[in-house]
Design a protein around this ligand. Structure first.
Ligand code: BES
Ligand code: MN
Ligand code: ZN
Length: 495
């Protein structure tokens, strides 16, 4: 899919389809008025007849209007101006691309940027690109007869007034972000028998081949043994698949500039281990590597954008399986930091692989470290599928992530990291236990990680509720690639 921006008259632009808005009550947007005038009041007439009333996210496809150069005109309901918000805007964009995708048009010209459909022009462009990418994404690559690729290949955002020059950069970056989301979604959707730690490592190496700025390194279990990663290695003990520690390094700025390190949980399947999970919906635990997938997607996006920033991705990846060799409840392990951990529940494995990866991250002399993990079911209960849980040991970082979430519409909500929760992790036999009981499960998981991140600025994102959708729309969402990419873009902006 290609995207461009240009100024022009709606009736004159040749394309497979022109998209113009209609407000509540059938009030035509400026672009729609131009079409109406050229087509001898065809739009006013059909609105008078009641075929279109401008209801938010409704659509009406028209063919071969006289006086209009485009083959088709798609009318899109924008609803009441006063009721336009993040939710209605994304619904409008979603139904727009759904309707476009249902036509044989190869290209489309959209007059939505200067109609006030969203917060600001940049926001609309970003969300439109994500909506377009979502519609053409195919999740059925493993069917014997996958569906055909979408015919829609080119989207032009057209404006009546001269567009702001900065919008072109916003557009290119949104497209790179969408490509990163595609990668994250594809990896997330792959089943555990294909997307193994070895597969993820191969993907990282492939990414370093296809994207000049990225260098990938893969550490094996014997290397982790030498580094003293007793916590990470305890999780992989029950698995036949070898664990990997992947690093991706992107240097877009001087090497002396401290990097931002992204650490992604890469459990390619989480059975719970000896603390076995119940059977219902266990298949969804193939998504337990979505943190890792978001790191790969974000690094790809950053490299594609050529951001002038140093970014490192660290991905601890393994399976969590039961077996005769598997770690047992009550086992005590020594993490790379030297702190000992009593594993009271082998299903709280994400924190066990992350803690060693977080200690390892110190070697990059990081400016900031952000870990991303499908860490707790409790986070789904707390925040549902709308916001990711966010924790930070510095308030400025928390504010930056909140802001990037709003900009990218990939939002986070901050939870407390107060010391008061720490005693819940007390153990009689080791420095800490790996669980803190049912109460505040998302918070105690973050508190566990906080014990390994004291030496640098750090944030933790719990994406258990946002990385994938269940039920009929089951599939990986590509989140939080938009959030992370926007945060990194913002970090390059002059202060
Ligand atoms: N991968 C799961 C978290 C998860 C569960 C994400 C359901 C999305 C949906 C994680 O490894 C896990 O099993 N966490 C346990 C922790 C508990 C044992 C303290 C959980 O949330 O039940
Ligand atoms: Mn688990
Ligand atoms: Zn897990």
């Amino acid at each position: 899919m290609e995207f461009s921006i240009k100024q022009g008259s709606p009736e004159k632009l040749k394309s497979g389809c022109i998209v113009v808005g209609v407000f509540d009550g059938g009030k035509l947007s400026k672009a729609a008025q131009a079409i109406d005038k050229a087509a001898k009041h065809a739009l006013s007439d059909l609105i008078a007849r009641g075929d279109m009333n401008g209801k938010s996210a409704s659509t009406l496809l028209l063919h071969k209007l006289p006086g209009v150069a485009a083959d088709r005109v798609l009318l899109v309901g924008l609803g009441k101006i006063s009721e336009l918000n993040n939710k209605t805007s994304t619904e409008i964009l979603g139904s727009t691309f759904k309707a476009l995708n249902a036509t044989p048009a190869k290209d489309a010209v959209l007059y939505i940027v200067d109609e006030g459909v969203g917060k600001d022009a940049a926001w609309v462009v970003r969300q439109a690109v994500f909506a377009a990418a979502e519609q053409i994404f195919r999740a059925d690559g493993m069917k014997s007869k996958p569906s055909k690729a979408a015919t829609l290949k080119h989207i032009t955002f057209a404006t009546l007034e001269k567009p702001d020059a900065a919008l072109k950069t916003v557009l290119d970056r949104a497209a790179a972000t969408a490509h990163g989301m595609d990668l994250a979604k594809t990896l997330g959707n792959l089943p555990g028998n294909i997307c193994t730690p070895t597969y993820l490592a191969a993907k990282a190496l492939a990414l370093s081949k296809s994207h000049k700025g990225i260098k990938a390194t893969v550490l094996e279990e014997k290397d982790m043994q030498k580094l003293g990663m007793g916590s990470f290695l305890s999780v992989t003990r029950g698995s036949e698949q070898p664990a990997k520690l992947i690093t991706l390094e992107y240097y877009g700025a001087a090497k002396t500039q401290k990097p931002i390190v992204l650490v992604g949980k890469g459990i390619t399947f989480d059975t719970g281990g000896i603390s076995l999970k119940p059977g219902a919906e266990m298949d969804e635990m193939k998504y337990d590597m979505c943190g890792a997938a978001s790191v790969l997607g974000t690094l790809q996006a950053v490299a594609e954008m050529g951001l002038k920033l140093n970014v490192v991705g660290v991905i601890p990846t393994c399976e969590n399986m039961p077996s005769g060799k598997a770690t047992k409840p009550g086992d005590i392990v020594t993490s790379m930091s030297g702190q000992t951990i009593e594993i009271l529940n082998t299903d709280a494995e994400g924190r066990l692989i992350l803690c060693d990866a977080l200690t390892y991250s110190k070697k990059f002399n990081p400016d900031t470290v952000i870990d991303i993990a499908t860490l707790t079911g409790a986070c789904v209960i707390a925040l549902g599928h709308v916001a990711s849980g966010m924790f930070a040991n510095e308030d400025k970082l928390a504010q930056e992530l909140l802001a990037a979430g709003e900009q990218s519409h990939d939002r986070v909500w901050q939870l407390p990291l107060w010391e008061d929760y720490q005693p819940l992790l007390d153990s009689n036999f080791a420095d800490m236990a790996n669980i803190g009981g049912r109460a505040g499960g998302t918070i105690t998981a973050a508190c566990f990680l906080a014990r390994f991140t004291k030496d640098y600025r750090w944030a933790h994102l719990d994406i258990a509720g946002t990385a994938w959708l269940s039920g009929k729309q089951k599939g990986s969402t590509g989140r939080p690639v938009p959030l992370l990419t926007q945060y990194l873009i913002n970090r390059t902006a002059p202060k």
